[in-house]
Ligand binder design. Structure first.
Ligand code: NAP
Length: 291
């Protein structure tokens, strides 16, 4: 035992991420109990001052809150399922990645067994956990988040999104959509420029400027989406569609992949066929919102 004034915490799951989470709690002075299916992964943490719980049940009872970070939701149920009785009165912060529906189901499942439950999503890599650069999102009952926000702050920059347990997962995948879309657009341009002998490092600063400039449009475009009105203040969708055709033609002419530009054009063409060619780009939300 330690004589720390910090809240005692438990971490279940000591993979790459779980070890980083436990390490950040230890560094912040929290008495930290750990459990992992493969107990050898706790060795370094124990050397650094963590307590290794002999069972999941003992781990759940050791901390005021229990952070769980395992591969996926089936793993979560496998490890908690054998210890249902010990869940009563526990506060669980589940940072395991999954879908919004899995998060809502886990909230209901743990709630029926008497536990408090917050879902979370880690938008960071293990090496930045414990620093302000680690963005960690939480959703679930606000009083439960507020009770533990200071403790969770040892892990990074924690943000509360709302009472719906599915929100953290939805923000997580929305972030992934943004990340891959920006990266793919950059790769398209990099491949195009390589055909003229421009290397990736030369193009990258230009690409970053474009991406930053486009990002600045988002709040204004969001207002159009929320208002459901898309006046063409800057350009009309049909003007964008002509530029997309040009991107497809150029890609094909210089012999680089045109799948991404064709996908963009397909979406725009559908919106134009539905009568939205004279409106501004965010009118495409109507296409993105369909199944
Ligand atoms: P990892 O290194 O593969 O660790 C997986 C953890 O889950 C291990 O502790 C493993 O135990 C445990 N586990 C798997 N199946 C289990 C089962 N049936 N019963 C009990 N424990 C089980 O993965 P990770 O990188 O730590 O990722 C963990 C979670 O964090 C994932 O949901 C991941 O998407 C999320 N995440 C990770 C990162 C990242 O950069 N690593 C970033 C954001 C989010 P054993 O040690 O016994 O195998």
């Amino acid at each position: 035992m330690t004589d720390s004034d910090e809240t005692p915490v438990t971490i279940i799951g000591l993979g790459l991420m779980g070890q980083a989470l436990a390490g950040a709690f230890l560094k912040a002075g929290h008495p930290t109990t750990v459990w992992n299916r493969t107990s050898a992964k706790a060795d370094q943490l124990v050397a650094d001052g963590a307590q290794l719980a002999p069972t999941v049940g003992a781990a759940l009872k050791a901390g005021e809150l229990t952070v769980i970070c395992v591969t996926d939701y089936p793993a979560l149920y496998e490890l908690l399922g054998a210890h249902e009785a010990e869940l009563a009165g526990a506060t669980l912060i589940n940072l395991t990645s999954g879908s919004s529906e899995q998060a809502r189901e886990a909230a209901a499942w743990t709630g029926r067994r008497g536990a408090r439950y917050l879902d979370g999503a880690i938008m960071a890599i293990p090496s930045v956990i414990g620093t302000a650069d680690a963005m960690i999102l939480h959703s679930g009952p606000q009083p439960d988040f507020e009770s533990h926000a200071t403790t969770l702050g040892a892990l990074g920059t924690v943000t509360y999104l709302g009472a719906d347990h599915g929100l953290a997962s939805l923000y997580d995948v929305a972030g992934l959509a943004m990340m891959w879309s920006v990266l793919n657009a950059w790769l398209q341009g990099t491949a195009l420029l390589a055909t003229a002998g421009v290397d990736a490092a030369t193009y990258a600063p230009f690409a970053r400027e474009i991406a930053t400039g486009v990002a600045a449009w988002l709040p204004g475009y969001a207002e159009q989406i929320d208002a459901g009105a898309f006046p063409a203040e800057v350009s009309a969708l049909e003007t964008d569609a002509r530029a997309m055709e040009h991107l497809i033609e150029e890609s094909e002419a210089v012999g680089v992949n045109a799948d991404l530009p064709k996908l963009l054009k397909t979406m725009a063409d559908r919106a134009i066929a539905a009568g939205h060619g004279g409106e501004q780009y965010p009118v495409l939300i109507k296409e993105f919102s369909k199944p």
